[in-house]
Ligand binder design. Structure first.
Ligand code: ADP
Ligand code: MG
Length: 615
């Protein structure tokens, strides 16, 4: 991600400073200072607060902003509205709109220019748009709004994905002024097929709203394409609405947010998504016994972890609690599995795994204020680029979801559009017509977006050029596996081999195995490593439970458990010697038998927002 400002600009450098009034007007006055990291709000009148509440708004808690104007033509003030998501007393995030009256000049035009300067600066900081060197900032400098394709699995998690998307995700990305189109998946592998036929140049990102399984489909769909190399340049994002939300947990941790679950995790990830910024994401190329190859961004698991994952499917209604219950049941019937684990050790050791510790509405008086459209540069774009304001959503039943750029609040059905007028993006003072309620329609985005998929699935991919040294992947798209011998051949001499009775084997790429399971606390999205963890037979149930409980904070490597093993590797092979068992790739069950994988460093791009600053 491009740094939002020059690296020489300190986090505390004031970029803008002004005195504004409050809205609703109660005679209060505030001094506002915007720095690259935060908005500082100091009350000046009636008197400075001894312990100001909400005086420091970190930009990590801001989704976006807009400018407003009074309905009364005689009011020369402009209004600056900032959408924030501070943590409430109980720790959960709640939406809080802060509106300021920009009234330093005599005329509305001058005040509007000032409000827009603030909005433009704030948008630049939020989206990581470099600031102009001369400091002269105005809206025309902003690039067009990023366009996102959201794929929602209505059955994700407890079946709440669509509701959570509507109630939490869409408001936030509308406040951020992002343009999006939304498709609900209709069946397993639907997303995988969709991305194979997308015109990817239309999109700045493909975002899944579900658990890890839907992103697995999207990445594998991109890798199925003949132009997979180019296709993988399209960043992908994840908004956690599933029961397994490991990648979202890792995104959340990377940004410096505290570990949270449920709606709070979804809000954090939505805020991060709006910040833009894609980081490289390692993928594992996994070859199964039949020679089938798939790509994993998360994990290959065998034994206790995969048993719990698959057996807990029947408790899906419990959401992420299904894994806790599954773990308890798994402990009661603990199995061991004999197998041979071989790996190519990473030459550069990573940091030791033991070192890491692990709403309310818009201004209520709609009759007094006029909402200004979000900072989307006027753009002549194809109908596929419709922003939310003109986007019919493919809902099962017509429902008023009603959001619009800069107007995240649901307008009541039959609202009073004549009260609304816009002045951003050259719309002048012309009244805006209301955003139509978003509902299913025959011309759903799906129809407009996609080439038809022939009966029986997408066309077979063209034969790939024969990758040297990896004959077993010759008919597949994606990069050749230069580190892997064919599954039937012995591993090279520089590999390490263990033959043991195992309780579990886990090869994990990012840090998290679940939203609150930090299996490899030192892992990074692009460290080029797969982190092999295993537990040998002989561990007591209590010790295994302790391992899993301490995984919540990522402190399991500090317990000194003699059965716990770890190696940083670039490739591995697992040959199960116990005839029956469960293997999973990214939480999805795959054929049981010998399996091997290698890391492809930074093969994909992940929309993860800015990383926390190193201490
Ligand atoms: P969860 O974390 O709740 O399991 P996932 O995103 O992993 O959520 O999705 C679970 C499974 O549902 C995945 O295998 C995915 O491919 C599949 N899936 C996606 N869309 C649909 C749909 N519309 N109906 C049924 N299954 C779906
Ligand atoms: Mg899943």
């Amino acid at each position: 991600m491009a740094p939002p400002t020059s690296p020489l600009l300190a986090a505390s450098t004031p970029l803008l400073h002004a005195e504004f009034g409050s809205y609703p007007a109660r005679g209060s006055r505030f001094a506002l200072t915007l720095t690259p990291q935060a908005l500082h709000i100091q009350r000046l009148r009636p008197k400075p607060e001894a312990r100001p509440r909400g005086g420091l708004v970190p930009l990590t808690e801001v989704s976006g902003c807009c400018t407003l104007r009074s309905r009364s033509p005689s009011d020369p003030a402009a209004y600056l509205c900032i959408y924030t998501y501070p943590r409430g007393r109980r720790g959960g995030r709640r939406r809080d709109t802060r509106t300021f009256q920009v009234d330093g000049a005599a005329t509305y035009e001058e005040n509007r220019a000032e409000a827009q300067r603030w909005a433009a600066m704030l948008t630049c900081l939020l989206r990581g748009i470099p600031l102009p060197r001369d400091g002269d900032i105005h809206l025309e400098l902003l690039p067009r709004a990023p366009r996102l394709l959201l794929l929602v699995n209505p059955f994700g998690g407890r079946g709440l994905a669509w509701q959570w998307c509507k109630n939490h995700v869409l408001p936030i990305i509308s406040e951020a002024g992002l343009s999006f189109n939304l498709i609900q998946t209709e069946r397993q592998n639907h997303a995988r097929e969709l991305v194979q036929s997308l015109n990817l140049s239309e999109w700045d990102g493909i975002v899944t709203v579900s658990g890890d399984g839907l992103l697995y489909e999207v990445l594998n769909g991109l890798l199925d394409r003949p132009d997979w190399e180019e296709a993988l340049k399209t960043p992908v994002g994840i908004l956690p609405c599933g029961s397994g939300n490991a990648l979202a947990g890792a995104v959340n941790q990377r940004s410096g947010f505290e570990q949270v679950l449920g709606i709070d995790l979804l809000i954090n990830c939505s805020l991060l998504l709006c910040r833009g910024g894609a980081c490289p994401l390692d993928l594992l190329s996994v070859t199964l016994a039949s020679g089938t190859r798939c790509f994993s961004f998360l994990s290959v698991a065998w034994g206790f972890v995969s048993d719990v994952d698959i057996q807990s499917e029947r408790f899906r209604a419990l959401g992420s609690a299904r894994f806790t219950l599954g773990t308890m049941l798994g402990l009661a019937t603990l199995h061991t599995y004999r197998g041979r684990l071989s790996y190519l050790p990473a030459t550069v050791e990573p940091a030791s795994p033991t070192t890491t510790a692990a709403g309310p509405s818009l201004p209520r008086a709609k009759s007094e204020l006029t909402l200004v459209p979000a900072p989307v540069a006027p753009l002549a774009h194809s109908p596929l680029h419709r922003s939310v304001s003109d986007l019919p959503l493919p809902l099962p039943q017509p429902q008023p979801v009603c959001t619009s750029p800069g107007s995240p609040d649901a307008l009541p059905n039959g609202g009073t559009p004549s009260e609304l007028a816009g002045d951003w993006g050259g719309a002048g003072d012309a009244p805006l017509s209301p955003d139509p309620p978003l509902h299913s329609s025959p011309g759903s985005p799906k129809a407009a977006l996609l080439m038809p998929i022939p009966e029986g699935g997408p066309p077979a991919p063209d034969a790939a050029p024969q990758p040297q040294g990896a004959p077993q992947v010759s008919s597949f798209k994606g990069p050749p596996d230069d580190l892997l011998p064919p599954l039937g051949s012995p591993v090279p001499p520089d590999w390490v081999t263990l033959e043991e009775d195992f309780v579990l084997m886990l090869a994990i790429s990012p840090s998290h195995l679940g939203a609150d399971m930090v299996a490899a606390p030192h892992a990074r999205f692009d460290d080029g490593l797969l982190h092999l963890c295993w537990v040998r037979a002989g561990i007591s149930r209590t010790a295994l439970l302790r391992l899993f409980l301490s995984m919540e904070r990522g402190t399991h490597f500090t317990l000194g458990c003699p059965q716990l093993g770890y190696a940083a590797a670039r490739a591995f092979r697992l040959e199960p010697l116990t005839p029956r068992g469960v293997l999973t790739v990214d939480g999805e069950q795959v054929e049981y038998g010998p399996v091997q994988a290698q890391v492809h460093p930074g093969l994909a791009k992940l929309l993860a927002g800015p990383a926390a600053r190193e201490p």
